[in-house]
Write a protein that binds this ligand. Sequence first.
Ligand SMILES: NC(=O)c1ccc[n+]([C@@H]2O[C@H](COP(=O)([O-])OP(=O)(O)OC[C@H]3O[C@@H](n4cnc5c(N)ncnc54)[C@H](O)[C@@H]3O)[C@@H](O)[C@H]2O)c1
Length: 335
Amino acid sequence: MSSKNLRIGIIGAGRIGIVHSGSVADTPGAEIAIIADAVEESAAKLAGQYGVKHTTDVSEIFKSGDVDAIIVGSPTPTHVDLISRAVDAGIHVMCEKPVDLDINNALTIKEKVANAKTNVSIAFNRRFDPNFAAVHARYKAGEIGRLQQLVLTSRDPAPPPRAYIAVSGGIFRDQAIHDFDIARFFVGDIAEVSTFASNEVVADAKAEGDFDTAITNLRSVNGELVTIINTRYASYGYDQRVEAFGEKGMLIGNNLTSTMVTSFNANGADQRDAYMPFFLERYAASYRKELQLFIESIQTGKQLNPTYEDGCKALIIADAATESAKSGQVVKVKN
Ligand SMILES: NC(=O)c1ccc[n+]([C@@H]2O[C@H](COP(=O)([O-])OP(=O)(O)OC[C@H]3O[C@@H](n4cnc5c(N)ncnc54)[C@H](O)[C@@H]3O)[C@@H](O)[C@H]2O)c1
């Protein structure tokens, strides 16, 4: 390993920490410096895979002087504190979404992050998905003219366990927040939010006072309209699509299947392979791309989007959607 590599500390050795560790190990110009997890066994297991140090004490990362950047993949309630400590220590951060479950807590470090000398980026990876990014780039290049309607479909293949739902902050802060960020990626700041939601399919969601099904309409400050379709369960798999409709045409980013083979036989026509199982597979390319751009942004000294402020704005929309779903009212967003 070269000493010129960016030395990255991974915090959280769970589902997403494992993904980010794999990306760092595969990316030229970066290396894993240390892996931290509250559970020693988890930290040791992942660190062992890459032959690197591990710890259960994150403060080791901040005082070691051996770490240039951290990737935060620990549970959401740890994010604000870890970002704050990294900024104090002069360490770059890429932190998982959402920034927090409580916008007031997230806003306590907004100024500090805005004035940070290091790069603080929120890992809304869908911006870096090749299909979403291509639809966005072609729209921005003028292919469909003025955007009138953006439709985002985001359905999970299976609901999370009840214990996860209980601490998730609800479907809007946990799942739909990715879509709120993609909406802002396309149309900028949001002015109004109106949501209908129900919970007749996933019993655990109902038991926790959460929703399993939602349709959210957004109006941007510039007047574009966005519809976001979310469910916690889709019988046919992970359904992730984007449709951008404008005065000169439409761009659609479709679901990915494992091959592009289409089969025709006595059982049916036009049959394709199943959709990618879930986010780890469907968005694999996006996790690698976001890391590559994070590294480049540190090398060039340019702040990578999405920023901490983007993270806060997506959370504000999630709060508005939660409020609208409960009250039945249109909620205005303060930007
Ligand atoms: N961008 C995405 O596609 C994506 C996907 C999944 C999860 N996430 C986000 O990543 C975060 C983690 O989710 P996950 O699904 O990987 O969870 P997980 O439960 O699989 O992993 C979290 C890990 O963090 C460890 N941990 C707990 N408290 C800690 C602490 N104080 N310090 C260090 N480690 C600690 C746990 O022991 C566990 O190993 C959440 O904020 C989630 O919203 C993002």
